[in-house]
Design a protein around this ligand. Structure first.
Ligand code: BGC
Length: 832
């Protein structure tokens, strides 16, 4: 018997815990951890964001990590096996950060293409989201680390996420067939140690205290036995969440701790209710036993992890348009290449918020293209121009332009109320301070009545109308050479805005400045006047920013000139973490800034134009797509993204991705348009019902459909065979590669229910199975897939509150083939 088998389980220690110890296990501490009980050897649990790159536990620590592609890229691989490998690597990465639970994957549905967090979610489809997320969960948990998929449920928009109410019944079709169904698929294939409950309300009740969702559906009907944890600062009361089944309040004991002790003493929470929650937290420790350790956190550069990051990126990149086979590029046929765009040298790797991370390195696509072209053709030429700007916020003023007290940077002085004598003064190279909740630094600083100053001398490089900007959490004044120029009130922001939406507290000042002339800048900022509500930390931050004047017309002219002289123009365009992030939704999905104008101008003169798009959400391409020859969706591809994009462009890799979400001809074509985001009064209505994504069925509104993606080879499908055997739907098809190079085909199985005599409206077709097949040139493979018949054919019956499979004829669609099958007997069911 091994030593581990002889150690008692943590779960068996319940009876030895005092009431206070039990309560301590039900809330977090230190932001990303929950305490242990050292007296009994019960360890703390450390959690870490995210599956796109495991971050250090202290949010203010900017330690690097392996940055994998964002989740929309992962989903576009449609590759269960590959994502399982990612999960295993994430377990290793979590151990490097000494964490026991990974906060992810995020499986909220891509309901609307403006959703700020869609880049960290998989798809508009329930099955694809659930099964791919499940593969990652299984991979993580294979190595003794826990996974915590999130956010249960309906956190599909960021606007007012802490308070909006999805006014839909959990017993209605929309919630069951779309939003809850993704979770059902996940839980059918995996058993995560924890699930994070969403911020928002559903049917009038916060998810953290929603008994119908957590106890009745998740635990009783679906039999989930893991732990439930709140999103950060998402708990609003003491008794209801305990009764509803929320095990852990994160990140601090705001509504628990002494309040919960009092509630137990007054009999508002019984010991039995408490014990049920504590048992789950003890069991979580048993299930993550293999990862309990508290080593210093570190970042490890590993070839294995980087190769996997590359494999994921190149398997997820989607080739959307390739007229006249403009791709792959051939350095002998088209030796002169114009590369245009800021993202060609500084490519976005991730979106923003808790799913972002600090990558270990960045790859420069222009440099990679140059060396690949030179290697293949020494006389080839690759020229780059940055083109128009893409930033949504003003960059931090560069240290090289600032001096203070004879040093590069800015001097900050901190003052307590009504005092003109600083309690602390320091000169920082970067004109930026960020403090989030106590302990503030300096430690005696009052969070609500203090003030500070920032002083520096700015010497611009160029002459022009530059933009000076300040991001500030309190009331601000700015003087330039002692002349007051700006005064701004305390911005109306939440803690979440502070973390994720800097544009909301940025005050801008256009200013004519002369090159090489020193300007004395003095900022004065007060602390916020009151603490943030609900125990959230009160931010205290100040950043001086500068953008020297740019001339978009000149930038476009130079792009045009470079493109004119080239054989092929490659435009690197899109969005970055400033546009797609946790904390806010986008207003529209067209390319930010003047990128569209630049693409059109380039396409007008270039012999051939290819656009590489960095994005988490679909882009509205209608304004320019017909004028270009090629479009590649690179997503946010992680730290190996440069190599992957260049290999796909050059043909070293055949693009392997298929869209996991429909790209429509404009945002107004999506079913949720008009219903998204949360309306005034904080109500969200799912007006489009189950018509989410391709389920809506309006072909003319679609630019590139769900499941679409081109490659450098072509595939054939043999005859599709379909049969029903013992409650399973079985599909068999042979798939072959008819091209001269290897490639990967995604076999997608859709079920189409009978139209005639149907009791309710149903989507035209729904994805019920998929598999990715890698095939060498000329190779073929027999693909066999089995699906649970009830799962494949049922809809949610709102009257009877159960799933219902009607008897009759159905069809299976694979590629361009459709075959019918019969369901002999109707069924009603309600379980996982
Ligand atoms: C996010 C979660 C994340 C948590 C901890 C919250 O703002 O919604 O997804 O895991 O922060 O970083």
């Amino acid at each position: 018997m091994s030593r581990m088998e002889t150690t008692p389980s943590f779960e068996s220690m319940l009876a030895q815990l005092t009431l206070e110890e039990k309560i301590s296990l039900l809330s977090g501490h230190q932001f990303n951890a929950t305490p242990g009980v050292p007296r009994l050897g019960i360890p703390p649990i450390k959690v870490a964001d995210s599956i796109n790159g495991i971050r250090p536990s202290d949010p203010s620590n900017d330690q690097t990590t392996t940055c994998f592609p964002s989740t929309t890229c992962l989903a576009s691989t449609w590759d269960v096996e590959l994502l399982g490998r990612l999960g295993e690597q994430l377990a290793h990465q979590a151990k490097l950060k000494s964490a026991q639970v990974v906060l992810g994957p995020t499986i909220n549905i891509h309901r609307d293409p403006r959703g700020g967090r869609n880049f960290e979610c998989f798809s508009e489809d329930t099955l694809l989201s659930g099964q791919l997320a499940g593969a990652i969960v299984n991979g993580i948990q294979k190595h003794g680390v826990g996974a915590c998929p999130k956010h249960f449920v309906c956190n599909d928009s960021e606007t007012l996420r802490h308070s909006y109410n999805v006014a839909e019944s959990p017993h209605g079709r929309t919630l069951r067939e779309i939003y809850l169904a993704a979770w059902q698929h996940l839980l059918r294939v995996s058993d995560p140690v924890a699930i994070m409950l969403a911020y928002n309300k559903v049917d009038g009740s916060f998810c953290s205290e929603n008994k119908t969702l957590v106890t009745d559906i998740l635990r009783k009907t679906w039999g989930y036995q893991g732990a439930t944890i709140s999103d950060w600062f998402a708990v609003h009361s003491t008794v209801e969440p305990i009764r509803a089944g929320l095990d852990l309040e994160m990140p601090f004991p705001i509504n628990r701790g002494p309040k919960l002790l009092e509630a137990v003493r007054r009999g508002l929470v019984t010991e039995q209710e408490l014990d049920a929650r504590v048992t789950n937290m003890l069991r979580l420790r048993d299930r993550t036993k293999l990862s309990h350790q508290d080593n210093p956190e570190r970042s490890e550069l590993s070839e294995e992890a980087n190769n996997l990051a590359y494999e994921l990126a190149s398997s997820g990149i989607v080739l959307l348009k390739n007229d006249g086979d403009v791709l792959p590029l051939d350095p002998l046929q088209t030796p002169k290449i114009a590369v245009i765009g800021e993202f060609a040298t500084n490519p976005p790797m991730t979106g923003g918020g808790s799913a972002s991370c600090k990558p270990q390195y960045s790859q420069n696509p222009v440099a990679l293209l140059q060396s690949a072209f030179t290697a293949a053709n020494p006389t080839s030429q690759v020229h780059h121009v940055p083109g128009v700007r893409t930033n949504a916020i003003i960059p931090i003023a560069p240290t090289s332009l600032l001096t203070s007290s004879g040093q590069p940077g800015a001097t900050i002085s901190y003052y307590n109320p009504n005092s003109t004598i600083p309690i602390h003064t320091t000169t920082l190279p970067t004109p930026h301070i960020s403090m989030l909740g106590p302990p503030y630094n300096p430690p005696s600083l009052s969070p609500t009545t203090s003030h500070l100053t920032l002083t520096t001398t700015l010497t611009p490089l160029t002459t022009g109308t530059h933009t000076l900007a300040v991001r500030h959490t309190g009331a601000l004044t700015l003087t330039l050479n002692s002349t007051p120029l700006l005064s701004a009130p305390q911005p109306d922001i939440t803690t979440s805005d502070y973390l994720f939406h800097p544009a909301l507290y940025e005050s801008r000042l256009p200013l004519p400045l002369t090159a090489s002339t020193p300007y004395l800048i003095h900022l004065h900022m007060s602390s916020r006047t009151a603490l943030m509500p609900n125990g959230e930390p009160t931010p205290y931050g100040l950043t001086l920013c500068l953008e020297e004047e740019s001339n978009p017309t000149a930038a476009i002219d130079s792009a045009v000139l470079t493109a004119f002289e080239a054989d092929v123009a490659l435009v690197f365009a899109g969005r970055n973490e400033q546009h797609e992030s946790e904390g806010f939704d986008m207003d529209d999905i067209r390319l930010p800034g003047k990128q569209e104008e630049m693409i059109r101008a380039v396409a007008r003169v270039a012999k051939k134009t290819v656009v590489v798009l960095y994005c988490g959400n679909p882009v509205d391409v209608e304004g320019w797509v017909d004028e270009v020859d090629g479009v590649v969706c690179a997503h946010f591809p992680g730290q190996e993204g440069g190599r992957a994009v260049v290999d796909v462009l050059m043909g070293g890799r055949s693009p392997g991705g298929r869209l996991a979400t429909t790209w429509r001809r404009g945002v107004e074509r999506s079913g949720s348009f008009g219903w998204f985001p949360a309306q005034k009064g904080e109500v969200v209505r799912y007006g489009e019902g189950v018509g989410v994504g391709y389920r809506r069925g309006d072909r003319e509104g679609v630019r590139w459909g769900f499941g679409f993606g081109l490659g450098y080879t072509e595939f054939w499908h043999g005859e599709l065979e379909v049969e029903v055997v013992e409650g399973m739907l079985r599909c068999v098809v042979r798939v072959g590669n008819k091209g001269g190079r290897e490639g990967a085909e995604v076999v997608q199985v859709y079920v189409v229910p009978e139209r005639e005599g149907r009791e309710v409206w149903r989507p035209e077709r729904e994805l019920k199975g998929f598999t990715k097949v890698k095939l060498g040139a000329g190779e073929s493979k027999k693909v066999e897939m089995e699906m649970d018949l009830k799962m494949a054919c049922s809809y949610w019956d709102e009257k009877k509150r159960c799933w219902r499979m009607e008897k009759g004829t159905y069809w299976v669609q694979v590629g361009d083939q459709t075959k019918s099958f019969a369901v002999a007997a109707a069924a009603e069911w309600n379980h996982l």
